[in-house]
Design a protein around this ligand. Sequence first.
Ligand SMILES: [Cu+2]
Length: 116
Amino acid sequence: MKNTIKIILPLLCIGLFGFNKPPKKATVTFKASGACSMCKDRIENALDKPGISKAKWEKTTQSVTITYNPRKLEEIQLHNLIAIAGHDTEKVKALDKAYQELPDCCKYRDGKVCDD
Ligand SMILES: [Cu+2]
């Protein structure tokens, strides 16, 4: 019985003191399409927003790794920021208008690649 209390009490305390809140920091990696270092800058700049502490896009893996605050942003918003800048992610397709406005060499859907 005493042992049970020893186990339950700390759990109860954790529950009361914000265990239910999401953590302040989370890191996610997902697919985001791009062609070159200009795309890298564009994607990373699009993620230069409050609540995002780190964003790194990699051409070789066509993926972006983002450290953000889940209390301020939902993961889908990260996808939206990238899509608005003209780049497809695994969950959100870029707006046509934004894609058309990309420089020719950044038109990743045609398999184009800029010289870096
Ligand atoms: Cu590019």
